[in-house]
Design a protein around this ligand. Structure first.
Ligand code: SF4
Length: 368
């Protein structure tokens, strides 16, 4: 049951990283040095050496675009080895990043878990800022780079550490769960983190009658519908999932009654009610792999359908294309810049990082 809904006094812009971060990466550049920028030419050798990578995305990236991507893909993969770096990419990254340069892919929980096992000195996070912060929180000794510091998130921007402290004052003794789409500063103030994969499990693991759940009001409503725990929610929203409507899904279904519709729990409740399945991005991908529907709408960020379509060419994806402008700030050109110039380094106050680590590790250590 959803008890209360709190929110920021006014909506907060998503124009920059959610917490102040030193600009530039002089410390990382001093430590590792700057490398020469590789030549970026489309040559027969580049074509030959990248042909196996293009095959992975040939069904979703037109051949005419590959000569623009291939020189970057080759240069990034070579620099990765030279730097002993690893690239983590979220499911919402574009196909040429997700399939051709990433070493580890997945949703927030998968990336958070894999980040703890990474052996490389350098992590390049292809995703948004809170994800890069989570990698840094779990890998304080490693250098974590994000190709564009401005890659924020409307959910992470909706709440601050001060907001959490005020909620705690208002509801003394009520445990606080934060979705991973929050800044390190917020994670440091809460009891435990969760992702959309494990939100219900995390809420129930606390053994409390009432739980404060933030910052996504729609995920909070979804969790409230799945558990007996009473939920006090924050009024944040994902600007991408919030745009989907039940009406548009009904139009798709009216045109093809056999169409399958699966939705992310960040969508509004009436959108979820129209869907055949609701789950995190990882669960949505598994659902398509296991069910192999003829036609499907994935009600989530648009690039994910491209990445699943590259893997499952026999499934037809109907695409109401809502792109996340923050995820799309990450490009091959910026990833290459990251590896050449060692920028932009993610820096978190060590005291905040230590407190945030407790909340993230408490989630990771929960038994499945
Ligand atoms: S898709 Fe939504 S939740 Fe994900 S990064 Fe973009 S704004 Fe944030």
């Amino acid at each position: 049951m959803l008890l209360e809904l709190h929110g920021p006094a006014k909506s907060r812009p998503v124009t920059a990283a959610p917490v102040p971060v030193p600009q530039g990466s002089s410390a990382a550049a001093r430590k590792y040095g700057v490398l020469p920028m590789p030549k970026l030419e489309w040559t027969p050798a580049v074509e030959r050496e990248t042909a196996h990578l293009y095959k992975r995305i040939a069904t979703v990236v037109p051949a005419v675009e590959w000569p623009f991507f291939a020189p970057y893909v080759k240069a990034i993969n070579e620099l990765k080895r030279k730097r002993n770096a690893v690239i983590l990419a979220h499911n919402y990254q574009t196909p040429e990043i997700f399939n051709c340069v990433a070493d580890i892919v997945g949703d927030s929980l998968q990336l958070a878990r894999e980040a703890t096992k990474v052996k490389s000195d350098i992590i390049v996070q292809c995703g948004v800022h809170f994800m890069a912060e989570t990698s840094k929180i779990l890998n304080p000794e490693k250098t974590v780079l994000i190709p564009d510091l401005r890659a924020g998130c409307s959910l992470a921007a909706s709440i601050t550490g001060e907001d959490v402290r005020l909620l705690r004052d208002q509801y003394p003794g009520v445990p606080v769960v934060a979705y991973v789409n929050t800044s390190a500063e917020v994670k440091a103030e809460v009891d435990i983190c969760c992702t959309s994969s494990n939100a219900v499990q995390v809420v129930e693991s606390l053994g409390a009658e009432t739980v404060i759940f933030l910052p996504d009001q729609y995920l909070a409503k979804y969790v409230a519908s799945q558990t007996k725990v009473k939920i006090i929610a924050w009024k944040g929203a994902c600007e991408v999932h919030e745009r989907f409507t039940a009406d548009e899904l009904r139009v798709y279904r009216d045109n093809d009654p056999n169409l399958k519709i699966i939705a992310h729990p960040e969508c509004p409740p009436d959108v979820i009610a129209e869907s055949d399945f609701t789950g995190s991005t990882a669960h949505m991908i598994d659902w398509v792999r296991n069910n192999k529907p003829k036609r499907i709408v994935m009600v989530t960020e648009c690039s994910m359908a491209d990445n699943v379509a590259a893997e499952l060419p026999d499934v037809e994806f109907v695409r109401p294309c809502n792109l996340c402008p923050h995820m799309k700030r990450i490009t091959l050109a910026k990833i290459l810049d990251s590896l050449v110039y060692m920028k932009e380094e993610v820096v978190i106050d060590p005291a905040i990082a230590a407190k945030a680590r407790r909340s993230v590790e408490r989630m990771i250590n929960l038994k499945n």
